[in-house]
Design a protein. Structure first.
Length: 113
């Protein structure tokens, strides 16, 4: 059985840190831990089943999105993994928040969230 594989862009890492800070300050560390697990489980599901993503090539080449919790995950399908490009609140307009971040998109190596 193949282990699901995903990577986080630097932009996605920054989004997750903002989500963490907001959740901890407005709710609690326990709430963040629970929501983080929901997001990470969602990333793994997308890595195992990338075809569930909805095409959004108008935003970026080879782009897909999928809602997880209160957020929408934007990703690309790569050869052996998915690249999580961004994690936006569902009320945020992707056209506004993705354009500048995608200009400097690079693959992240990991972040402690």
């Amino acid at each position: 059985m193949r282990k699901s594989k995903y990577k986080l862009s630097k932009l996605a890492q920054a989004h997750l840190l903002k989500i963490k800070h907001y959740t901890v300050s407005e709710f609690s560390q326990t709430q963040w831990d629970s929501y983080k697990n929901k997001l990470l489980t969602g990333f793994e599901m997308l890595a195992d089943n990338p075809s569930v993503g909805i095409t959004c090539n108008e935003l970026f080449q080879n782009g897909f999105y999928f809602p997880i919790g209160k957020h929408t995950v934007y990703f690309t399908k790569e050869n052996r993994f998915i690249l999580v490009v961004a994690v936006l609140n569902q009320s945020q307009l992707p056209q506004k928040h993705l354009r500048s971040g995608l200009l400097s998109l690079s693959k992240g190596k990991g972040v402690v969230i």
